[in-house]
Design a binder for this molecule. Structure first.
Ligand SMILES: [Zn+2]
Length: 150
């Protein structure tokens, strides 16, 4: 079984899709997530597409779904949120998430760790693919794809 899968047509341009897939694999390599429980990755353009989505992203308690809000957000930011949820997945796999029951301080530690590692992952990936920071380039490519010969 695949470690991650999509149930939607990804709402990204071709260049973003390619970068997204590479970033997921990069994250799985770095977080040692290959062989982990399968997870559905969902990207919501609007809040109505996922009534449970009240923040930038979340992972379900059973770890079966990660949902990310993408509307009007910079692509690098979307990747950072995705990486943040992947760290929670890793914490879940290695049992760290159980600490969440022991109060706000433990929860804050878990969040700090997710933010720190997600930031590191995006920065390292951005060193190889600086285009993740260039919305103009990413949009430009989107328009180019749509252009039909006249
Ligand atoms: Zn979090």
């Amino acid at each position: 079984m695949e470690e991650y899968y999509f149930t939607q047509e990804l709402p990204f341009s071709k260049i973003k899709k390619a970068l997204l897939t590479e970033f997921i694999d990069f994250s799985y390599d770095n977080l040692d997530l290959w062989g982990s429980k399968p997870v559905e990755l969902f990207f919501a353009l609007t809040r109505d597409q996922d009534p449970n989505l009240h923040s930038a992203g979340y992972v379900t308690g059973d770890g079966s779904k990660i949902s990310i809000y993408i509307e009007k957000r910079a692509f690098a930011d979307v990747l950072r949120t995705l990486a943040h949820e992947f760290v929670h997945k890793q914490q879940d796999e290695n049992g760290t998430l159980n600490k969440m029951e022991s109060g706000d301080e433990a929860l804050q530690e878990i969040e700090d760790e997710a933010n720190a590692i997600a930031g590191r992952l995006v920065r390292a990936f951005g060193e190889m693919h600086s285009e993740i920071y260039d919305e103009n380039l990413l949009e430009h490519n989107k328009f180019k794809e749509r252009k039909t010969p006249s």
